[in-house]
Design a protein around this ligand. Sequence first.
Ligand code: AMP
Length: 559
Amino acid sequence: MRFDAFCDALTRVEALSADTDIVAAVADLFAAADADLPVVARFVQGRVFPAWDATTLDVGPRLCYAALARAAGPNVSGDDVERRVAETGDVGDVAAELDLGSQQGLGAFTDDAASALTVAVVDEELRALAGTAGGGSESRKEDRLFGLFNRCTPDEARYLARLVLGEMRVGVGAGSVRDATTDAFEVPPEAVEHALQVSNDYGLVARVARDEGETGLRGLSLEVGRPVQAMLAQAGTAEEALDAWETVAVETKFDGARIQLHYSGEETWVFSRNMADVTDALPEVGEFAERSLAEPAILDGEVVAVDDDGAPLPFQEVLRRFRRKHDVERAREEVSVAVRLFDCLHASGEDLLDVPFAERHARLEAVVDDAEDEGEGETVPELTLASDLETVETHEERALRTGHEGIMLKNPESTYTPGRRGKNWLKRKPDVETLDLVVTGAEWGEGRRASFLGTFEVSARVEGENEGFAPVGKVATGITDETLADLTERLEPLVESESGKAVDLRPDLVLEVGYEEIQTSQNYDSGAALRFPRLVAIREKPPEEADTLARIRELSRGE
Ligand code: AMP
């Protein structure tokens, strides 16, 4: 496919706003992409590499501006380009307005400067650019990029500049590509979803959908060495878990960094939560795999920093090891890490994503032979199956007593859903000190709750010069209808102004609010935001006795 044809399609897509129109336009583009379909499916999302591949182009704005300026001729400098991007806010517009081309010199395609670019050539050049490393790599990258820009039409320059800077922004996200694949090649959405989950490669999935149809998509499976997205957890309580499932699988929650361990029987790969390859930074994990894994497998777990007795150390310690590229051996002497594993996605060639968690856990225990690791603590945490609160609480107490962060509550029947933050994994951390905060705003609910105020803005008291109340979070979930009615009755007389569904309230009512942690926030003037704030109780105390912003700042510093 010619690159100008691809860019024409992007121009058309960019002008659309309805999702269905975008999907239809992308489906047309896919149908016309021929051999370039995998690349087109990535480029359209602003990707050069598949999602599982952590390779980056490593082209910063300055390098891109310098290459553009060179292709624009001697009257334009990198600084000029930078200034114009700052003015317009879009490198694509600036690139399209420059008079590119016909420049000679190193990297220019002097043999055939007028020849049309193709999608395949752009892909090849960008991959070569990503592979440029070592001394002088910056200038060789610039040469390559200059060579490409020098052959570009204005529209091609627009999209190439956006692509290399990772700012494609034509309104095509992962969802549109998934739906376009389904529509263009008339395959069931579930088959596409399955294929994406196991491969993390939109290009591959589009090609298989076109060439091999549903059977091909269903035949795609996990591959040792190719990471998948990690399943995520929501905050939750033991009561919620026991309500939702007959039995609850309870595990220790480790305070470390997520890893996905791939072992082929000979080789080991370790991937981070973002699917970056961190194998070299964590040699212990490879050694562990060779020593203790009985069969090829893909396992999900955590690396934790431990002291000499195997007791857990704070999370920060593990970070010192995680992304280390140099002096790994020295770092290893300073901080030891241990492997904790809690799931098995694949073993001896068999995908287990659709197998219930309890069975996957049994499979995990069969794969890991940690007899030799005694003294380091248990590699595979014991799974307690609980059907009453007491059992959960006993496990929680033990986890906290031995220095862990909390517990995980999992549905024993649930499948493994990569990349999803579903309700089948709940994380429960111990309650931190609650705060007494003043309600300063709220929103009228919707549907059944239209006559109730909800989504309560809670504020801390500010003392001194700026005396008043500063919002630190919104309490929205987990409130019963009865409490909502009570709160509405108390708050309605305090309404000072309304705009749409939102109301401003005179600061009067104090709520006791629980939360998971205090984060720094740009959204709030207070600079602090509560993570997962929830209502504990209504306090019968005046706003002058509410907790202060100064107290919140102390708490966030761990004081
Ligand atoms: P959080 O980082 O607070 O969102 O908690 C979820 C994270 O806890 C997961 O992404 C894992 O990295 C980590 N984790 C620790 N222990 C476990 C466990 N037993 N099962 C699942 N996730 C765990």
